[in-house]
Design a protein around this ligand. Structure first.
Ligand code: ADP
Ligand code: MG
Length: 207
């Protein structure tokens, strides 16, 4: 089973990935947790460019860097771990590129789906959780944090990314398992919703 967490910066993805991993391990599953961009040496090096380089990057270059990192991550980590029977939990996957570059950078949702089609065909998540807090909540969470290159784009950019996610999810209605969760619920409430959905999947809609 392949599970991803999506949402804008500061929405609570990393928090929920860890909690889900712990809960599933407690009930006996083999779980592998990973993140994008990252997961291999090459992908982590690309992550460093993407999040920390102090030179503007062309939007389409950004897309290909994310995709290059993703290909490493998919082929070397995600597919092998799934084949070994792990539940793989990834903090972001191709839906992030569709929302950030498609929505945030304005390159278009459809164009980003097209460029990510090789990933979509090889490893569409069984479940994707979209954690969606109010933008004012995100603004507050960003106040006391050292920001990376993408986070520095600010709240107007994040609003466009959020719209990208909403448009993407709308376009996938009845096609994919997306679950949108109110990100203003407590950490515990969200984790309970997530765990319940994953348990339902493992019991009912698997295969
Ligand atoms: N539901 C929540 N309610 C309140 N604070 C939260 C919630 N989820 C996450 N946080 C806090 O918000 C910050 C960002 O969470 P994080 O999981 O790192 O987000 P992301 O990985 O999406 O950027 C952290 O300080 C985290 O403890
Ligand atoms: Mg995170």
């Amino acid at each position: 089973m392949f599970i991803t967490f999506e949402g804008i910066d500061g929405s609570g993805k990393s928090t929920q990935c860890q909690l889900l991993k712990d809960s599933l391990e407690d009930i006996g599953y083999k779980v592998f947790m990973t993140r994008e961009p990252g997961g291999t040496k090459i992908a982590e090096a690309i992550r460093n460019i993407l999040l920390h380089i102090d030179e503007p990057i062309e939007a389409m270059t950004e897309v290909f860097l994310y995709c290059a990192a993703r290909n490493e991550h998919l082929e070397k980590i995600i597919l092998p771990k799934l084949a070994e029977g792990y539940i793989v939990i990834s903090d972001r996957f191709f839906d992030s590129t569709i929302a950030y570059q498609g929505g945030g950078r304005g390159l278009g949702i459809d164009k980003m789906k097209e460029i990510n089609s090789i990933f979509i065909e090889k490893a569409t998540p069984d479940l994707a959780f979209f954690i969606d807090p109010d933008l004012s909540t995100i603004e507050k969470r960003m106040e006391n944090k050292e920001l990376d290159r993408i986070e520095k784009e600010g709240i107007e950019f994040m609003a466009k990314v959020r719209k990208g996610y909403l448009d993407l999810i709308e376009s996938q209605k009845n096609i994919r398992n997306f679950m949108t969760i109110d990100g203003d619920l407590s950490i515990k409430e969200i984790s309970e919703i997530v765990l319940k959905r994953v348990e339902d999947f493992l019991e009912n809609d698997r295969g």
